[in-house]
Design a protein around this ligand. Structure first.
Ligand code: HEC
Ligand code: HEC
Length: 343
């Protein structure tokens, strides 16, 4: 591995080593039973959670009437030009919040140019979309409605259709003084999307102090996730979603893959700053076991493959198979609950 100069990332790795590795080493040591005289009482995991914190049980102050309206709109095919596609067509809440295919299928069978991320926990992302072009969920909602490859419509068309439906007219008027407008449609959808959180994964239970929520094998995967430096990019409440990073830091991912598309440009497509070429929002790893295939280009079919690619291109490391299995076992503990039920 090449020498990496001092950078905020390396500092994060150092902090991670102390806040994650020490309690983990302690736990593994306890679990191992190597020392019969070990203290039976485990230390508290961590008062402040370290680089990753658990998902809260609720998002406070959500207007439940708007959540309900947003839910109808999320499932509403009339948001698309030919009334065939809803948000839920590509973001299936019963399948991890995405569609399970490499590229999503929009109106007239067209394929989108990138893999659909999950909608779950997007409230915790600092920006929306792979390249971060939407600054919040309201702005995001307008995207697919207007995208010719996705819903292929526009506000004028959508508003006209919804205004023909007396139920929508009535329900909108209960929450919004000015009834059905583009801002209010986006507001209701965004309010519903904010409610889509998945607390209580086994890893979160572990973070909240249940030391037995993870097996020693899974914990060793977490230790490797921290010590290899995955955690320097995938951290925070969403285990991602709070920074931009280049795909291909240690090796040229795109030259090796070939067929470069506009979607591969990442943030450069917005900023035209050469430093932003191939920079993407680091995606959340929450519920990652449910959202194959992986990466913006949907090229990794399995979690194992995704971990190997990440290690090689982001960290310059070639992982032993055993380490890949342990990290994957850890990633599988990140599946949470929606509406009180396991995803
Ligand atoms: C045809 C499939 C399709 C439809 C319909 C669709 N999406 Fe998406 N969604 C995608 C794809 C693909 C992306 C990634 C696009 C990108 O980053 O350039 C995405 C991204 C998102 C994101 C950002 C998540 C993140 O981590 O950045 C959210 C939130 C979202 N969609 C919500 C919605 C909502 C709300 C609707 C309905 C108004 C909707 N989507 C309709 C396919 C779809
Ligand atoms: C330098 C920052 C960085 C490091 C280090 C890093 N990642 Fe990533 N990770 C990213 C970015 C950026 C993406 C999105 C790449 C893309 O598809 O464009 C990503 C994507 C992923 C995905 C696919 C997510 C999805 O929804 O498709 C997985 C899984 C993943 N990383 C796991 C790991 C693991 C495990 C490690 C350590 C071996 C790691 N990452 C190290 C930045 C990083």
């Amino acid at each position: 591995m090449k020498a990496i100069p001092a950078s905020p990332r390396n500092i994060v790795i150092s902090i991670a080593s102390v806040t994650v590795m020490l309690p983990l080493a302690w736990l593994l040591w306890q679990e191992s039973g190597w020392f019969a005289s070990a203290q039976p009482d485990l230390p508290p995991v961590s008062a402040s959670y370290g680089p990753i914190s658990p998902i809260p049980d609720v998002i406070p102050d959500l207007d439940l009437k708007k959540v309900a309206l947003g839910k109808s709109l999320f499932n509403e095919t009339r948001l698309s030009h030919d009334n065939t596609i809803a948000c839920a067509s590509c973001h299936q809440l019963e399948h991890g919040g995405d569609d399970g295919v490499r590229f999503s299928i929009g109106i007239k069978g067209q394929l989108s140019g990138v893999n659909a991320p999950t909608v779950f926990n997007s409230v915790f992302n600092f920006r929306q979309f792979w390249n971060g072009r939407a600054k919040n969920l309201e702005e995001q909602a307008a995207g697919p409605i207007h995208n010719p490859l996705e819903m292929g419509s526009n506000w004028i068309e959508v508003i006209a259709k919804l205004k023909q439906d007396p139920i929508y007219v009535q329900v909108f008027s209960q929450s919004y003084k000015n009834g059905i407008t583009s801002d209010n449609i986006a507001d209701a959808i965004a309010t519903f999307v904010r409610s889509l959180i998945t607390p209580n994964s086994r890893f979160d239970k572990y973070l909240k102090g249940d030391a037995k929520a993870l097996t020693p094998y899974e914990l060793s995967g977490y230790a490797l996730f921290a010590s290899y430096g995955c955690i320097s990019c995938h951290q925070g409440v969403n285990i991602g979603g709070n920074l931009y990073e280049k795909l291909g830091i240690m090796r040229d991912y795109f030259a090796e893959r070939g067929n470069i598309t506009e979607a591969d440009q990442g943030r450069y497509a917005l900023t035209r700053n050469p430093d932003d070429m191939h920079k993407f929002k680091v995606p959340s790893l929450r519920n990652i076991a449910l959202t194959a295939p992986y990466f913006h280009d949907g090229t990794a079919q399995t979690l194992e493959q995704a971990v190997i690619v990440m290690a090689a291109y982001q960290l310059g490391a070639s992982l032993p198979g055993e380490d890949v299995s342990r990290i994957v076992a850890f990633l599988r503990t990140l599946t949470g609950e929606y509406d009180g039920k396991p995803l």
